[in-house]
Design a protein around this ligand. Sequence first.
Ligand code: NDP
Length: 291
Amino acid sequence: MTEHGKTPVTVLGLGAMGTALAEALLAAGHPVTAWNRTASRAEGVAAKGASVASNVAEALAANEIVIACLLDYDSVHEVLDPAAAGLAGRQLINLTNGTPGQAREMAAWAEDLGAAYLDGGIMAVPPMIGSPEAFVFYSGSGTVFGRARTALDAFGGTNYLGADPGLAPLYDIALLSGMYGHFIGVIQAFTLVGSTGAKAREFAPLLRGWMDAMSGFLERAAEQIDDGDYGTDVVSNLAMQAAAFPNLAKAAEEQGVSAELLAPLQPLMDKRVADGHGAEDLIGIIELLKK
Ligand code: NDP
């Protein structure tokens, strides 16, 4: 930390996200040393006050805290493997998107080289970085999280999940799974209504209102999951839903639209009903997904 309470940070990777992170650090007054494979992409952050390292070894030598934000874990290895000796004594914070297994493997690899490791999952798009809406999941070394905290606060909210480095990518991917499930329904709804020639922007308020109302099921579902009881207070039982669900595919076919995004749900519903859970809630399908 500098005498002004600022934390010098090295940023490896200046794509859309790495640039946003570096700019947020600079805006908060933290000294930044940046490196990017394509050197010209460093010009923007250099103009805002970052020092630009000419190679990875130089970037690692510049600061104890090193943030990597590259395309994927393979590219992190491609960047760090040849400069691995420079990781000793470093606090490596990897904000590259990946899986829990990749994060655990990279933590073990970094620790073998004498670096402490913190993984992160960024829940924001680049323009949101630094705003109150942005937040990042962290997991791995609590020491690194504590040491880097003033710098990490520059990105938005922080949520430290614990010592297992796999937790940040797990929670990241769980939220993304929720998001993509939501997108699937929204895409299908727009496609169906669009098949009549209706304008999507006219349908959007109806869809928004419905999705907002339906999101209220989430807390009730959480209680049912925690209690392992999918059968109380059921207002829309699974047998009724499984009987009506084929209409989603039939309506799509009638309108000349594919139902392939929704199709995987029907066999799960049918199996759950066949297993004797027709009087319960849809959420009981969770039992069929556990391997
Ligand atoms: P970009 O495609 O904009 O940038 C990719 C970065 O990775 C560039 O710096 C690129 O360098 C570098 N890179 C790729 N392959 C290699 C390699 N083999 N060796 C060295 N450097 C390499 O992606 P983003 O910045 O948007 O994303 C970075 C990470 O952040 C990803 O893991 C992404 O999933 C995650 N993320 C992104 C979000 C977003 O909305 N953008 C949201 C949340 C997470 P070069 O300039 O030389 O090509």
